[in-house]
Ligand binder design. Structure first.
Ligand SMILES: Cc1cc2nc3c(=O)[nH]c(=O)nc-3n(C[C@H](O)[C@H](O)[C@H](O)COP(=O)(O)OP(=O)(O)OC[C@H]3O[C@@H](n4cnc5c(N)ncnc54)[C@H](O)[C@@H]3O)c2cc1C
Length: 451
């Protein structure tokens, strides 16, 4: 952009953690731009991850590692220990996710009260379309009207989970199919003794299980995913990262080197944590074929080892399993039919040709966020794709972007007035899910926008 910054208007679409943190970074700069922060929910800060009211939903990162401001180390921890908070909060604690949501809201409120606050406009609406116009961009709002800005940042977060069957499949309309696992309300309909079939064995499934238990559910829970991998646990207390072995020429050699270090007695968690600062550089160095191979074969294992459960949460899932209340399996859901108060699911166990049939009272989609743009129903993304303004990543991980976070158009050219952050940009960075990773990207983008 060539416009003088202080007169520029930046539209940030999405007011979750990413959008709000970017806004705070921009407002902190005395000559920063006007910021239009738009979110469909009207809640700015917590987003999907930290907007949960569930007391049992804990951060899966230690409090001391949820640092989001480069110039304020341990700020979240200080906030936690503040008035009316948790005076004895420890950096190694896994605290409630809603607390982190409240923290981000508080920091946004401070930024609004600060000298840059008058440059911020909070807008509650859906952005249905975003188009370049000479000298800027224009945003079409769902409730009518449009906004003009010099540039826009897509901070849309994770895409909503997609349905387990093609649209029109009768079970999707059945009253006992719950499509949105991120809302507690439908879960309240589940009777305490009713059987539940959960599609997915990831963190979303764990969230749903904890919510059901808190609501008094005591029935059977059966979870199914292609690989049947449950998220692993964090250990209690601090963890000391271990320097990983140097990256080898190929992914499989790197993996062998990792395994050798673990065989020699290293804790895999410490090794993975030590690898974290290098993960993005390693990803960038991989040839496209190896990245594709990683996504196809190793991704499910990476996710369950990298995004681990808080120890208390892991212990609860273990206990449910030991009590034979919770079971899980590796397999492929092939069909489901609804009946009177029941849903019957047909699935084929991994490595088998025989169809199993499980009957439960409820079928809940816990498939986790959709990674591929093509399958997303998000109107804004559909418009951007249809008009060739963004390009889906060949790996099925969001959209292609360049090193300055500009989105790449269908022809591969970066668009210098449209940028993207967070999960949508995983194809370029791979490790870009947790708040500490997104924070680094947001600082980089803020300094680019403030140049
Ligand atoms: C259930 C869950 C738990 C997690 N737990 C942790 C954790 O413990 N620790 C950790 O570090 N990371 C965790 N994560 C990772 C998390 O994704 C990031 O930490 C971070 O919260 C992502 O924030 P975001 O702003 O990019 O996305 P989101 O929080 O999803 O925010 C995106 C926002 O964009 C809005 N939006 C989208 N499209 C439009 C549109 N067209 N118009 C208007 N508004 C729109 C949405 O309403 C939403 O508020 C978790 C993720 C999930 C899903």
């Amino acid at each position: 952009m060539t416009d003088p910054l202080s007169s520029a208007r930046i539209a940030i679409i999405g007011g979750g953690f990413s959008g709000v943190l970017l806004a705070i970074n921009l407002l902190a700069h005395a000559d920063g731009p006007q910021v239009l922060l738009i979110d469909r929910t009207g809640v700015f800060g917590p987003g999907v991850a930290y907007g949960t009211d569930e007391p049992d939903h804990l951060l899966n990162v230690r409090a001391g590692a949820m640092d989001v401001f480069a110039d304020r180390p341990q700020d979240f921890l200080h906030w936690l220990r503040g008035p009316g908070g948790m005076p004895h909060a420890d950096p190694s604690d896994f605290v409630q996710r809603r607390l982190f949501g409240q923290y981000i809201r508080d920091r946004l409120a401070e930024a609004i009260k600060g000298p840059g606050g008058e440059r911020l406009s909070l807008i509650t609406d859906d952005v249905d379309a975003l188009r370049p116009v000479p000298g800027g961009v224009t945003l079409t709002l769902h409730r009518g009207g449009a906004l003009a800005a010099d540039a826009a940042v897509l901070a849309l977060g994770n895409l909503a989970p997609t349905a387990p069957f093609p649209s029109g499949h009768p079970v999707l309309a059945h009253e006992r199919f719950i499509a949105d696992p991120w809302s507690a309300d439908p879960l309240k309909m589940v009777g305490t003794g009713e059987g539940v079939f959960l599609i997915g064995t990831s963190l979303t499934m764990v969230d749903v299980t904890l919510t059901l238990r808190r609501l008094g559910h005591r029935g059977q829970l059966m979870a199914l995913s292609r690989r049947g991998q449950l998220p692993r646990h964090h250990v209690i207390g601090p963890e000391t990262p271990i320097e990983p072995p140097p990256a080898a020429a190929t992914l499989s050699r790197s993996l062998q080197a990792f395994r050798a270090v673990i065989r020699d007695g290293a804790d895999w968690r410490s090794l993975l944590d030590g690898h974290r600062p290098q993960a993005q550089a390693l990803w960038a160095s991989l040839p496209p074929k190896q990245r594709a191979s990683f996504v196809r074969h190793l991704r499910p294992f990476w996710e369950v080892h990298r995004h681990r459960l808080a120890p208390a949460v892991g212990a609860r899932i273990d206990a449910l399993q030991a009590a034979e209340i919770f079971r899980y399996a590796a397999g492929r859901l092939v069909d489901a039919r609804g009946g009177e108060g029941l849903i019957t699911a047909d699935w084929i166990p991994r490595g088998s040709g025989t169809t199993h049939r499980t009957t439960a009272n409820w079928l809940i989609n816990c498939a986790g966020p959709e990674a591929g743009l093509i399958r997303s129903d998000e109107p804004l993304l559909r418009q951007l794709l249809a008009e060739g303004l963004i390009r889906p990543s060949a790996l099925g991980l969001g959209m292609d972007t360049d090193a300055q976070e500009h989105v790449l158009a269908r022809d591969g050219q970066p668009h210098n007035r449209i940028m993207a952050v967070g999960a949508l940009t995983r194809a370029r960075f791979w490790q870009l899910t947790a708040a500490p990773d997104i924070r680094v990207q947001l600082e980089r983008l803020a300094s680019h926008l403030l140049r």
